[in-house]
Design a protein around this ligand. Structure first.
Ligand SMILES: *[C@@H]1O[C@H](CO)[C@@H](O)[C@H](O)[C@H]1NC(C)=O
Ligand SMILES: *[C@@H]1O[C@H](CO)[C@@H](O)[C@H](O)[C@H]1NC(C)=O
Length: 409
């Protein structure tokens, strides 16, 4: 997509009216960011590996789309933030979500004040995206990214994980739900978004909007203008390589062990007829996914090339395998009942059985810390970082702490 023509088209009044049509909130602040996208892209290319010098990026917005390997990405951001003493935009009161499913508001963030210039380095907790509000809590040079997942697998996962929500609770199976969705699904229910176009919803749009070419095009334009990079969870390792390049981070910053994954005994292969029904039911998500899967590969071809990508992915996998041998007991993830250290036991939800890890005994102190952080589940990690960030605040009443200024030390 041509950014110049995109910018031009955004400025024209007729497109603004489309905008109002397309969104269930007016998303106008997505527009100025178009200027920055070109800029971000150039930086991305400068970074692109050919040994060019670059500064690691420390101001980041991650839209944590549900059920998209986003917990693993969150672990990466938590680790980087902790190592570099960065500040996080935590939900008020230290919860796990930024008052999801409401649209994001700056006032949801602990320590935000409209009267102070405070900015946070990393915004990554679950939210329903709303750029004008997001812009109030992060630096104007922040990098925006998110991760998408194939809507077919996403819905299957959502059905298991959110089994207790209104739309799914009375359906015995996904097949049954899809055979007459409107029998179960009521868009007026406050938890209905888990059942239809969940990605569309998380990006801030109306998941029940009529599927028209104009609406789809506008959504794509707005997402593309707001986000510097869209990752694809089916190509997770390639995604991490792209992320590393864009953020100018090193390999060890982007290694991870899969987190918040479920035991495959609750997974079953889907027949083709069901796959087609899921695509139809989540048509807006499907359009988003297909489009950004294409631009994802175009970007790899443009910035890295398939051959070097393969080498980078191999380096990443080798490093992960090495860390797994160093850190983990056994060969990998284990069932929750087999996780000995309760601080490493992930939250269980719905009908899914969420797996975790056991650390090897007798690791040296520093290595133990590295390993522990790699396998610390999201909720526990978030609460550790929250306590750290706000514990420092009290003793320093006279001089501004990093939290108060939002500066990176
Ligand atoms: C982070 O803070 C700790 C404790 O104040 C300090 O020892 C460490 O050097 C800092 N790290 C960075 C990267 O600034
Ligand atoms: C995503 O892109 C890859 C590479 O072009 C392609 O092989 C794959 O089929 C695409 N996925 C979907 C669901 O279209």
């Amino acid at each position: 997509m041509q950014l110049k023509s995109l910018k031009a088209s955004f400025r024209s009044a007729s497109h603004l009216s489309y905008l109002l049509l397309a969104c269930n909130v007016c998303f106008l602040a997505g527009i100025p960011k178009a200027e920055e996208v070109t800029h971000g892209d150039q930086q991305g290319r400068g970074v692109s590996s050919q040994g060019k010098r670059c500064e690691p990026k420390t101001d980041i917005v991650f839209l944590k789309v549900h059920k998209s390997a986003s917990s693993t990405v969150m672990n990466i951001l938590f680790r980087f933030g902790e190592t570099h003493n960065l500040t996080f935009a935590f939900p008020n009161g230290g919860g796990n979500q930024l008052f999801y499913p409401r649209h994001f508001l700056a006032s949801f963030v602990q320590g935000f004040s409209p009267w102070s210039p405070q900015r946070f380095n990393i915004l990554c907790h679950h939210m329903r995206f709303l750029q004008p509000e997001v812009q109030k809590v992060v630096s104007s040079s922040a990098v925006y990214f998110s991760i998408l997942r194939n809507p077919v697998q996403l819905m299957e996962s959502s059905f298991v994980y959110y089994k207790g929500t209104s739309a799914f609770s009375r359906a015995r199976s996904l097949e049954e739900f899809l055979s007459q969705p409107y029998h179960y699904y009521n868009p007026a229910n406050s938890d209905s978004h888990y059942a239809k176009n969940l990605m569309t919803f998380d990006f801030g749009f109306n998941p029940d909007g009529e599927v028209t070419a104009e609406r789809v095009q506008l959504m794509l334009n707005i997402i593309e203008a707001s986000f510097d990079l869209l990752l694809i969870s089916e190509y997770f390792d390639e995604s991490m390589v792209l992320l590393k390049e864009m953020l100018c981070w090193d390999l060890d910053s982007i290694v991870s062990f899969p987190l918040n994954i479920r035991d495959s005994s609750t997974k079953s292969p889907l027949p083709d007829t069901i796959v087609e029904k899921i695509k139809d039911w989540n048509r807006l998500d499907w359009e988003i996914y297909i489009y950004f899967n294409r631009t994802f590969w175009e970007r790899i071809d443009r910035d890295i090339g398939r051959e070097r990508m393969q080498q980078e992915v191999k380096a990443l996998r080798d490093r992960q395998a090495e860390l797994a041998r160093t850190c983990l007991q056994g060969t990998g993830s284990v069932a929750p009942k087999d996780i000995k250290d309760s601080s490493l036991r992930p939250l269980q939800h719905g009908n899914a059985k969420i797996l975790g890890y056991n650390l090897k005994q007798g690791l040296h102190k520093e290595m133990e810390h590295t390993c522990r952080r790699l396998v610390t589940p999201e909720l526990q990690y978030s609460s550790i970082l929250y306590k750290k960030q706000f514990a420092q605040k009290q003793p320093q009443t006279h001089q501004p702490s990093p939290e108060q200024t939002g500066q990176t030390p």
